[in-house]
Ligand binder design. Structure first.
Ligand code: NIG
Ligand code: FE
Length: 405
């Protein structure tokens, strides 16, 4: 296997969720894996097949966007205009818009059309150093349409140099054909959608939306229990718009993550800390919905909850095409430090996807996914607003070239 010596760089390893910076560092990769990371003075290039000069770059783990809904039909810019006029997200949803609007457009779209539109959005994330992305279904809400979305997600991972984790979010909202029959729809999700799509190996994890405009905690619990019977890890959209106790429920079920969390309580934070459930914060949705209640970051810190940050890329509440912008917003809107924000899209995002054993930090034995940034300090990753920050990405031990994809 090819051994490469990467030198003339500084490394933020993100081990334990801290920079653990090594200045004047070197990295040795062997095939797809990291063999060694440390101070350059401690290891020479001897025994390696190639030597790459990183020209003083700062190297971080490849970025991980652990919560996206990036496969969808149409867009909701019209609703954006309505919300700016004062109509609420819940009102739009009650009038048959919101998630249901996107469901109509996603059901109508061909698999190829969904693939093409999602591919462009995913490339925008990848150009900023994203090497792993989670993609949820949840705009199909029937077996065939959920299957179509998850197939697109899998195809994206095969066609592009990026690692894709799929999540089945069939319990995103009650589709109009089940209006007033949420429990029956939950039966359909549990008895048909989940087992069939799991059998087709389209599902890496299962999620649900616990909210007054979606599913109650007891309905959500049925979905998550069914997922666990299928041996699938679970996660939950919880406490986004109201406090229903979904975060505690997720933690008690050993969920990988609970996501959003603006309305979470101290009890929720304690339960998540005990369970090791990651808190995934989504500043794009908070910003787009012009929310004023921030997720309680101090409570999360106090209870030792690992915090991740993600784009929530979706057409309704977070049309966010930049994970780096989310780092800035996690700092300015939620009060994270740039170091916490970076941990949120590396180590803790890997944990939220159940991938910490192989991804998320730069340590011997892990997958050689990393980004070499032309910056002077790691905090710059959360500092620059938009634009292009010069960087080059290594995936599986090789430079990633996006010009031909
Ligand atoms: O994460 N909260 C639920 N789901 C998405 C929004 C989906 C939509 O509005 O289309 C979210 O914000
Ligand atoms: Fe979401």
């Amino acid at each position: 296997m090819k051994r490469t010596y990467w030198k003339h760089c500084h490394v933020a390893t993100m081990r334990d969720g801290r920079y653990h910076a090594i200045e004047d560092a070197a990295i040795v990769t062997c095939g797809k894996h990291i063999e060694w990371v440390g101070a350059r003075s401690e290891r020479s290039a001897s025994g390696t097949d190639a030597c790459v000069d990183l020209q003083g770059a700062w190297v971080t783990p490849g970025l991980i966007d652990c919560h996206t809904h990036l496969v969808f039909g149409g867009n909701r810019s019209l609703e954006f205009e309505q919300r700016l006029q004062g109509v609420s997200y819940a009102d739009i949803s009650a009038a048959g818009g919101g998630i249901k609007h996107t469901v109509r457009h996603t059901r109508d779209a061909t698999e190829d059309a969904l693939f093409e539109s999602a591919r462009k959005r995913l490339l925008a994330l990848m150009r900023e150093g994203v090497t792993t992305v989670e993609i949820k279904s949840g705009y199909g809400l029937d077996l065939n349409s959920e299957r179509k979305m998850l197939r697109v997600a899998r195809r994206l991972g095969e066609a592009l140099p990026v690692t894709v984790k799929t999540t089945c979010l069939a319990a995103h909202t009650v589709p109009s054909e089940f209006a007033g029959k949420a429990d029956e729809y939950v039966n359909y999700v549990c008895n048909d959608i989940l087992p069939k799509l799991a059998e087709e190996h389209l599902v890496d994890a299962v999620d649900a939306f616990c909210e007054t405009i979606a599913f109650s905690p007891s309905q959500v619990m049925r979905v998550l229990l069914r997922a666990q019977k299928l041996k699938l890890p679970v996660k939950l959209h919880a406490e986004q718009l109201s406090p229903l106790g979904g975060a505690s429920l997720a933690a008690e079920m050993g969920a990988l993550s609970a996501d959003h969390l603006e309305y979470m309580s101290a009890d929720d934070a304690a339960a998540m800390g005990r369970a090791g459930t990651v808190a995934v914060l989504l500043p794009g949705a908070f910003h787009m919905l012009q929310e004023t209640r921030r997720p309680p970051v101090d409570l999360l810190r106090r209870h030792g909850v690992d915090i991740a940050v993600a784009s929530d890329l979706n057409p309704g509440t977070s049309p966010a095409l930049s994970l780096r912008l989310m780092l800035n917003m996690a700092c300015t809107l939620f009060g994270l430090t740039p170091e916490e924000a970076l941990a949120g899209v590396t180590r803790n995002a890997a944990k939220a996807l159940g991938m910490l054993g192989t991804h998320g930090t730069l340590e011997a034995g892990k997958t050689a996914d990393f980004v070499a940034w032309e910056i002077d300090r790691p905090a710059e990753l959360a500092y620059w607003l938009g634009g292009e920050l010069p960087s080059r990405t290594v995936r599986h031990g090789e430079w990633r070239d996006l010009t031909s994809v």
